[in-house]
Write a protein of this length. Structure first.
Length: 365
């Protein structure tokens, strides 16, 4: 795809990257044939290869997978960049848009840590606009984020919705207003990793009309394919083309692609929808029960597959759970969460084990 360097969106890309062609791998050459001798691969399969064709390099951006993901998320295939989870897309965005020491990244902590990690690795200034903890839960101050982006000259604004670990979701209309306010100034990236569990619809359908809007999705959560490490960025085709040139040559192992395609078949999607409803029901059951558990001060509402809870003694609660064989996420090192744990929603019996361990603390006391 030819990328115009004159579009407003391309003005956000680092000047030295706009015309960057990247590495031209053997599978990007655009040629076909029956005898492949252009990639220095082995012509023989490994004895352990059970028909996977693992002796050949994979397609960097498999057309069938891009089409399946485009259909799933309601966008065009050319608006899809597939990669190793959402993490790779986050890293690519920061590297392609932010000049070290100049172009900032805006985040709203406490939030998923990879936005900050990628910014620091790139040497991009990190601007933090803390979430507001109110009576109804945590809230993202989008006005403050917009002002911070303008004042700092930020190129990227990350909004996690539903937010990890705090659980709140931002209405699409508010996200769209943020993108419009920052048009020509910054790319607004909405991380919808937990979107399947949310009451709020995806904003991906607005990308075609709002080029400075992008969306992150993953197969690691609701689709139960965490080990396959497949996620995607939904974005303007011009930006997708730029990021493809910045991506490593062969990001997607063929076995993972085959698993993803099978996992996105209609029968698999039907099972996923059933699991999502089960998780939502268990989330509410656990939320109500946790609020009555000893030592729990507050349980936050959540639109994800997890609950954030504050404890009188989070360290002691973490230890009790661990003694019972239950591993939850200790959030005490995160800003504003010095007394909190995040609990993923498991199977009913696993959630019961959480409640039993916390109740055991009352008996011991």
């Amino acid at each position: 795809m030819n990328v115009s360097n004159e579009s407003p969106l391309m003005e956000l890309v680092r000047p030295d990257i706009r015309g960057f062609a990247g590495y031209s791998s053997a599978r990007r050459a655009g040629v076909t044939g029956s005898i492949w001798l252009n990639a220095n691969e082995s012509a023989w399969r490994n004895p352990a290869d059970a028909g996977l064709g693992a002796n050949r390099y994979p397609d960097p951006q498999p057309a069938a997978l891009r089409q399946r993901l485009a259909t799933l998320y309601g966008v065009r295939p050319e608006e899809v960049l597939v990669g190793r989870g959402s993490d790779e897309a986050i890293d690519l965005l920061v590297r392609a848009l932010c000049r070290p020491g100049q172009d900032a990244v805006v985040v709203a902590p406490p939030v998923f840590g990879m936005y900050a990690v990628s910014a620091r690795l790139q040497g991009a200034p990190l601007v933090e606009v803390p979430l507001r903890d109110g009576a109804g839960g945590f809230e993202c101050d989008l006005d403050a984020m917009a002002s911070a982006a303008v004042n700092s000259g930020a190129k990227l604004v990350f909004v996690c919705s539903p937010a990890n670990p705090t659980g709140q979701a931002v209405p699409p209309a508010e996200l769209l207003a943020l993108a419009r306010r920052l048009a020509g100034r910054a790319l607004v990236v909405v991380d919808e990793a937990y979107g399947e569990y949310s009451d709020q619809p995806s904003i991906a359908g607005e990308i075609a009309n709002q080029p400075n809007l992008a969306v992150l999705r993953t197969l690691s959560k609701a689709h139960a394919l965490a080990a396959a490490r497949i996620g995607c960025l939904l974005a303007d085709p011009a930006l997708v083309a730029v990021l493809r040139n910045c991506q490593a040559p062969y990001p997607l192992p063929s076995p993972c692609v085959q698993l993803a395609l099978a996992g996105l078949s209609e029968p698999a999607l039907a099972a996923t929808r059933e699991r999502v409803q089960a998780v939502r029901a268990e989330r509410e059951r656990l939320r109500v029960a946790l609020a009555e558990a000893p030592g729990v001060r507050r349980v936050y509402p959540s639109q994800g597959n997890y609950l954030l809870a504050r404890f009188d003694d989070a360290g002691a609660a973490f230890a009790r759970l661990l003694e019972a064989g239950v591993v939850v996420r200790d959030m005490r090192a995160s800003p504003q969460l010095g007394d909190a744990l995040r609990i993923s929603i498991g199977r009913p019996e696993e959630n019961d084990a959480v409640l039993a361990a916390l109740q055991a603390g009352r008996a011991a006391a």
